[in-house]
Design a protein around this ligand. Structure first.
Ligand code: TXA
Ligand code: MG
Length: 329
C-alpha cells in the first residue's frame, strides 16, 4: 500500500499549500464535511463566507489539532470546559470559549467568544498537524442547504468554488457537532446545538447538570429554522400508521411523495419509500443522504418518521424540526 500512502501524502501536501495560499479545502470530519480556510487569514475566511453564500456575522468553528492548541485561541478555559475537552476530543463537540487576540473578527462575527473543536477523523487530524494552525470550517454546503456527508456531496454543491476536496469516505456520525457554551464564568455550560455527544454524556462527564437552550438562534447565530432543509417540503409525523396514511393522501392529491422511516415499510402506491436506520446512530448517519436523495428524486414532499429522542436521536429530531421550518408533530 506504499503507493496509496504516497498519494495520501501528496494530497495532504497539496492541501497544506492551498490553505497557506489562502485557498479553500473541503475536509472530511466524523460529523459532516467542512469547508476549511486558514483561520489566521481574514481574506481566506472572507472568501469562505462568499463561497458558502453565508451572510457575515455568522461565526465559524475553528478546528484545532489537539487540546494543547487551546491556549492560542481561548483566553480562559473553565474547569468544566477542560473536562469536556479531555473527555470528548477528538470528537463531535464544539466548545464556545472567550477568545484571544489571535482570533480575527471574521471568525467570530465580532463576538468576544470563539467556537473550537478537534475533529475525530484521521485525515482531518493529519492535515491539522501538517498545517500547524487553526482551520476555520463551516459545513461544506451552500448557505441554508443540507450538510454534505460525502466528498461527492461537496463537489455537487460547491463545484469549482472549492480549490481541493480531500476524500475521507462517508462521515460516520452524520450530523453536526454538539455545541456547548462554556464562555460564561460561574454558570453551568449551555448546550446550544444537540449533536454527536449527548446531554447525558456531558452531564456524566461533568458530574452536574447543564442547561439546554430550546435551540434558539440568539446564542448560536446561524441556526435559523430554514437551515438543514432539502428542496422537498418535510413533514414529520411520529406514528408510522399516521405517516403512511398522510403519505398516501398527499400522493393521491398528485404530489410526488416520499416516506422516510427508521425501518423499511411497505409504502402505498405512488409513494417512494426511503429507510434511514433503526438505531439513532444509523438514522443520524443516513439522515442527510436521504434528504439529498429526496431532492435527487425530485420529490415535492417527504413524510418523515423520526427516531426516538434518545442519544443522537435528539440531534436528528432537532435537524428535522428545522427542515420542516415548523415543529415536530
Ligand atoms: O460538526 C460540525 O460542527 C461541522 C464540522 C465541519 O466541524 N461544522 C459546522 O459548522 O456545523 P457550521 O458553521 O455549519 O455551524 C457552526 C455553528 C454556527 O451556526 C454557530 O451557530 C455556532 O457554530 N458558533 C460558532 N462560533 C460561535 C460563537 N463564537 N458563539 C456562538 N455560536 C457559535
Ligand atoms: Mg452548517
Amino acid at each position: 500500500m506504499i503507493e496509496g500512502d504516497a498519494e495520501a501524502d501528496a494530497d495532504l501536501e497539496a492541501a497544506v499549500r492551498t490553505l497557506r495560499a489562502g485557498g479553500l479545502v473541503a475536509i472530511p470530519t466524523e460529523t459532516v464535511y467542512g469547508l476549511a480556510a486558514d483561520a489566521s487569514n481574514p481574506a481566506a475566511v472572507r472568501r469562505l463566507y462568499e463561497v458558502k453564500g453565508r451572510p457575515p456575522g455568522h461565526p465559524v468553528i475553528v478546528h484545532i489539532a489537539g487540546i494543547e492548541a487551546l491556549s492560542r485561541w481561548a483566553s480562559r478555559v473553565s474547569e468544566d470546559a477542560r473536562r469536556l475537552a479531555e473527555t470528548f476530543w477528538p470528537g463531535p463537540l464544539t466548545l464556545i470559549l472567550p477568545r484571544t487576540l489571535a482570533v480575527v473578527d471574521e471568525i467570530t462575527g465580532g463576538r468576544d467568544t470563539v467556537g473550537l473543536r478537534v475533529p475525530n477523523h484521521p485525515l482531518a487530524l493529519a492535515l491539522l498537524r501538517a498545517f500547524d494552525g487553526g482551520l476555520a470550517a463551516p459545513s461544506a454546503n451552500r448557505f441554508g442547504r443540507v450538510s454534505p456527508t460525502t466528498a461527492a456531496d461537496v463537489r455537487a454543491d460547491l463545484g469549482s468554488d472549492v480549490d481541493l476536496v480531500l476524500d475521507g469516505g462517508p462521515c460516520g456520525v452524520g450530523v453536526e457537532s454538539t455545541i456547548v457554551d462554556c464562555s460564561e464564568e460561574g454558570v453551568p455550560p449551555v448546550i446550544l446545538r444537540p449533536g454527536g455527544v449527548t446531554a447525558e454524556q456531558i452531564e456524566a462527564a461533568l458530574g452536574h447538570p447543564v442547561r439546554r437552550t430550546a435551540s434558539g438562534p440568539s446564542r448560536a447565530p446561524g441556526m435559523l429554522p430554514a437551515h438543514y432543509a432539502p428542496r422537498a417540503q418535510v413533514i414529520v409525523i411520529e406514528e408510522i400508521d399516521a405517516a403512511v396514511a398522510a403519505a398516501d393522501s398527499h400522493a393521491r392529491s398528485g404530489k410526488r411523495t416520499g416516506l422516510l422511516t427508521p425501518q423499511s415499510v411497505t409504502a402505498p402506491p405512488g409513494v417512494t419509500a426511503l429507510t434511514a436506520g433503526d438505531t439513532s446512530e444509523s438514522y443520524a448517519s443516513a439522515l442527510y443522504d436521504r434528504l439529498r436523495e429526496a431532492d435527487r428524486l425530485g420529490l415535492d414532499l417527504l413524510v418523515v418518521v423520526p427516531p426516538p429522542a434518545v442519544g443522537v436521536g435528539v440531534a436528528v429530531r432537532d435537524r428535522l424540526a428545522r427542515a420542516t421550518t415548523g415543529s415536530v408533530r
